[in-house]
Design a protein around this ligand. Sequence first.
Ligand SMILES: [Zn+2]
Length: 499
Amino acid sequence: MTTPTMAEFLNANTGLFDDLPINLPSLMEGETLYSWCARYHRLSGNAMTGHSYAQLFGTHRPSLKHDFPKNLSELCKRTRSCLGTPEALALERTLLGYYAPFISSPRYQRALEALCDLRMTEPKHLLGLMASRVGASHPLKACPKCIQHDLDELGFSRWLMEHQWPSVWICRRHDTPLRHLVGHSQPRQLRDWTLPEDHSSGEWEHLPRLRAASIEKLARIASISASIAQISVAFDDERLRIAYRQAAQDRGWAAFDGSLRTLVMMRHLTAGYRELATIPAFNFLADADQNDAGVIGLLTRRFPGLHHPVKHAVLIAFLFDSVEHFIDTYRTAAQEKISNGADTVVGNCREALRRLVEFEKWSVSRAAKATGIPLCQACRWLESIGVPYNHRPRMLSDQTKEQLRSMLIAGDDYGQIAERTGLKKSLIRAFAASNKALRDVWRVRRFECLRDRHRAHALELFNTMRGVSITALKSVRGNGLMWLERHDRAWLTKTIPTL
Ligand SMILES: [Zn+2]
């Protein structure tokens, strides 16, 4: 007996499901649609997967993608929806459910249509995966303990949906690293429909050896991905961005003006997550370009576009104590903060500074440190609103203060004083700012020093470049004549009567 051609097979089987389907297995908990199809094929007794495909999907197109199967509408029609609706299948049994929380509603609709209809664009294109640094390949993954458990309990193994998610590399049930099929075993076109048990040990690749801390991070990321799938929220990009910035600020990674200290954040991220970059899906962690701050810059600044759920999962693990913490922050990321988030941060800090100095009687240094405001800015602002303040006296000895006082009276600039005393410029500036009379003397003296220097320089120019016009002299580098015109015009006029 010869094997029927595909056309003969299709003609002979058009009424396969006219009666109650007899060989349709039940979908198992957590199983992917691809896994179910492989089990159907096994039970059908069909010699070729093409025949099973024709029965289920109504066409002899042989490929059945394990990540994004297509033609789900036809499958549901042929199985009389006993597996669920096309959308339920797409969300719960294919990778679309993994990407759905992070894509806009119109894009989700287009991706869903692409899974339902055979003729539509590839879902991977619609989800922007081809351009993503995370990559568009989804190696089939499985946990060896789950395989054994299923074989013992069910008599067959299954591909679990959660294990196929790109950010999941640990089995949460067994705390075991997942293994994945290597290139040549990866049934991309899926002419063979396989179950995990069909693959020999040589076809599997294991994770590189990782430290316990990295394994723990993988477990957290897996748990975050699972929680996000459970709450089925469609995230708003802008609110996510605000929630991430809020978490960074709570961790002390925001500067006084509300900007994030991305370099510091990058250092922490690299220290904690560097090892994960050896896993293909986390390769983006190796992008340590400090200018764009890698994944931190991508998700905390306004970069419109599709950002891979793996990146979100890593940043959530990095910034939040728990998924609940993340969800709470996301929910309270109020919309009005979007436009004036930085102003609010600055305003809050200043108010806190004022309260601590004016009512709690803290020293300005201590209050400035507590509110994250640079000391000199704190002094300037308190002065501008007329709040008296004191410095922590023990910071400077009497002898140092005396030295500072005499140098300020002499009109030395802050840089010179810092160099000679070894004190920080900000501290010197704050010291000067704390004593109005002293600072006024310093300002007058600074003016005089500058004026004398410009006068001396101008006289030297006039002597050495006699007959040269003032206009030409003004082009001499560092001539200072413009300064004298603005601040010392009477002297200049007297010195050069023709001016
Ligand atoms: Zn397992």
